[in-house]
Write a protein that binds this ligand. Structure first.
Ligand code: GAF
Length: 384
């Protein structure tokens, strides 16, 4: 039952600096840090003007960076084998993993932040391709470091926008903004309720004295730029257009019957019911009722499996096994098509639930999963 350790920020920052020295021959000027995230509830609602309730993980990405005195940009990673080298003029044509980092530098410069040529070295503990927002963690860590290198004070809203642009326009993943927002605005001990119509966000303290948030990475790699995510988004936009509303946030269940295409109608039903479930989870948390949260998790998972069709056998097995082994509730989390599940588990039972999932995966012939415990953590920043 391997648990993925978050690592200690001081040691990870020092390790990033050491890797920077061996790649570039000098100390970095600054190290930026940004967390991964797990979403408690509110899936595929962000690009529909809806509500989401993510939590920043203690697992984070670190970006060591130094300015250069020319327009060259070099980006390398401890975790990725292929470094990227280009110039300030070629940032927006980067591809692969480095597109997220180069794209942020491009977007910041487009927003007027005077980022010079830089050397960048990335290192971290956010599991890659696990639906835990390693992309946004990379973007935000690079952005925070780049703002420091450029000598501008950290404007968190500007960074969120730049990271969304990088992901959408350079990396080619038309995502909704939840991941970047929580990475930049999260508070320790709380989930972040974000309203993507008003733009408002607020902390929702999590009563975690007796329960833990167990995250299981199914190791079914999930990618947001391979078509499935964009297809779901297109269905939602079609539904909103047919209903004559700006986003599905303005739709109610009763009007969905008029949507002609059965698949599009189911997609819209997921979004409308999921937005309501976010409000219901916030209300349940206010009274400390994890059992009510568990029931909402079950409904959320069924909606993603049946109406939105973004689950997979591994996610379904992780969820059903967690509940059978004592979890109060479980659901798939993140963009779907693989990635991770989240379970609310009595603290004393975390090891047993993780063991049960491991055994079920082995019996099904699935790849061994990985687990981590999501302790709600704080937002991105420069490592002191
Ligand atoms: C991914 C996206 F990046 C988010 O914007 C969000 O849509 C999520 O999938 C699904 O809720 O993480």
């Amino acid at each position: 039952m391997p648990f993925v350790a978050s690592g200690d920020p001081g040691s990870l920052s020092a390790a990033a600096a050491t890797a920077f020295r061996s790649a570039y021959g000098a100390d970095p000027a600054v190290v930026g840090r940004a967390p991964g995230r797990v979403n408690l509830i509110g899936e595929h609602t962000d690009y529909n003007g809806g509500l989401v309730l993510p939590v920043a993980l203690p697992h984070a990405t670190y970006a060591a960076m130094s300015p250069r005195n020319d327009d060259v940009v070099r980006i390398a990673s401890v975790e990725e084998s292929t470094p990227w080298e280009g110039t300030l003029a070629s940032l927006s044509s980067a591809s692969g993993w480095a597109a997220y980092a180069a794209g942020v530098l491009w977007a910041l410069r487009s927003a007027g932040v005077p980022v010079p040529g830089v050397d960048v070295l990335v290192h971290g503990t956010v599991p890659l391709g696990a639906g835990l927002s390693s992309s946004a963690a990379l973007e935000c860590a690079v952005a925070v470091a780049a703002c420091a290198v450029a000598g501008v004070s950290l404007d968190r809203a500007l960074v969120v926008d730049a990271c969304i642009r990088a992901e959408t326009e350079v990396a080619g993943a038309p995502t909704g903004g939840m991941d970047q927002t929580v990475a930049m605005l999260a508070s320790p001990g709380a989930a972040l309720l974000i309203d993507f119509t008003s733009g408002a966000s607020s902390d929702v303290p999590l009563p975690l004295a007796d329960v833990a948030l167990l995250v299981t990475d199914t190791r079914v790699t999930h990618a947001l730029n391979d078509g499935g995510y964009a297809a779901r988004r297109a269905d939602c936009e079609q539904a909103a257009a047919e209903l004559g509303v700006p986003t599905l946030r303005s739709a109610s269940l009763s009007v969905l019957a008029s949507i002609t295409d059965e698949r599009v109608r189911r997609r819209a039903r997921h979004v409308v019911t999921e937005i309501a479930r976010v409000s219901d989870v916030v209300a349940a948390l206010a009274t400390g009722s994890w059992s009510a949260v568990g029931a909402l998790f079950a409904a959320s998972h069924a909606s993603m499996r049946d109406d939105f069709e973004i689950s997979c056998p591994e996610l379904d097995l992780a969820v059903s096994t967690a509940v059978a082994a004592g979890a109060i509730g479980a659901r798939m989390t993140g963009g779907g098509f693989g990635g991770s599940s989240i379970a609310v588990v009595p603290s004393a039972d975390v090891d047993d639930v993780a063991d049960a999932i491991d055994a079920a995966f082995a019996a099904a012939g699935f790849r061994a999963p990985q687990h981590l415990v999501a302790e709600p953590s704080g937002a991105a920043g420069v490592v002191p």
